[in-house]
Design a protein. Structure first.
Length: 300
């Protein structure tokens, strides 16, 4: 199970919502999520019935994963996909959650659940009633796992939509756009669309990447950072404030931004050079938008 002698089982509390709860970067995130949940389920005074069939089946599955190993384990991958979906639903309903308090309903047949998630995620019906599988498109296991993650995160498991986006990104790359930047912008736009927030201005010279007029919100995305980047970013944010009268500004970075880089870029926010600025990871962007929307509605 452990990839090093110093591995420690993650804590069960979700205070701060660890990244591995909301996004899979590699197999270690699956391991950490499953082990954190197992710690709660196995606790004698915990919220779960220790001998309930679904809970018992989950513990047995974890024992199997530990023996087989988590790395490259498709069953662990699909089980974690389902768990993250349930946690996302809890977060939407509760505002926040704690694994030690909020329980998940495990089905009696965990193998059937895993199989169902796999079929839903990796297959998409075509017009001629044949099925196109990720396994045939991407024989390489690592490449296939990467494709699954991208498809699930951005396209809700729709294979046709994912393949269409690949062609669109290749087209965008021909015009000089950075694919990683475009990915982050697309995710921001998706989260905005879920909240019926219309993007009315974007990619203006000297302005933020995205502009949401009703909220007075400017959004700039960054996928890298160094000492030379600060002046450029401050100019863009200041110009957006001046030209558009922004009430809120957000700089959004990937979830896998290192803590060191994230702390460096957040120094701009901490220094309060720009008063209405927030610097956040993409995983926290939805919560940030909900706070902005509530504030704007309260001010109306």
């Amino acid at each position: 199970m452990d990839d090093s002698p110093t591995f420690k089982r993650p804590k069960a509390s979700t205070i701060g919502t660890p990244v591995y709860h909301r996004k899979r970067r590699d197999w270690k995130d699956d391991r950490d999520l499953l082990e954190a949940l197992t710690a709660v389920i196995s606790h004698v005074d915990g919220p779960y019935d220790y001998y309930q069939s679904g809970v018992l089946g989950f513990r047995e599955k974890i024992t199997f994963f530990r023996e087989k190993g988590y790395e490259g384990n498709d069953e662990a991958y699909f089980l974690c996909m389902w768990i993250r979906e349930q946690l996302g639903e809890l977060s939407r309903k509760q505002g926040h959650y704690d694994l030690r308090v909020h329980t998940l309903n495990f089905p009696d047949d965990l193998d059937q659940l895993i199989s169902g998630v796999e079929k839903r995620t990796t297959r998409s019906g075509l017009a001629d009633n044949k099925e196109l599988s990720l396994s045939t498109l991407f024989p390489d296991v690592q490449l296939r796992n990467f494709a699954r993650e991208r498809m699930q995160m951005i396209h809700r498991g729709n294979l046709n939509s994912y393949l269409s986006s690949l062609v669109a990104k290749e087209r965008d790359s021909l015009t000089g756009n950075s694919a990683s930047i475009m990915d982050l912008i697309h995710i921001c736009e998706h989260k905005l669309a879920l909240r019926n927030a219309e993007v009315t201005k974007k990619f203006g010279v000297g302005e933020t990447d995205l502009w949401i007029q009703p909220w007075g919100l400017g959004i700039e995305v960054r996928t890298s950072w160094d000492s030379k980047s600060e002046t450029d970013l401050l100019n863009i944010l200041s110009d957006t404030n001046f030209r558009l009268g922004a009430r809120h500004l957000a700089v959004v970075v990937p979830d896998d931004f290192s803590d060191e880089l994230f702390d460096l870029i957040r120094e701009i926010e901490k220094r309060e050079v720009i008063k209405n600025l927030s610097i956040i990871r993409i995983g926290d962007f939805g919560k940030y938008l909900d706070e902005i929307r509530s504030k704007e509605e309260a001010d109306d």
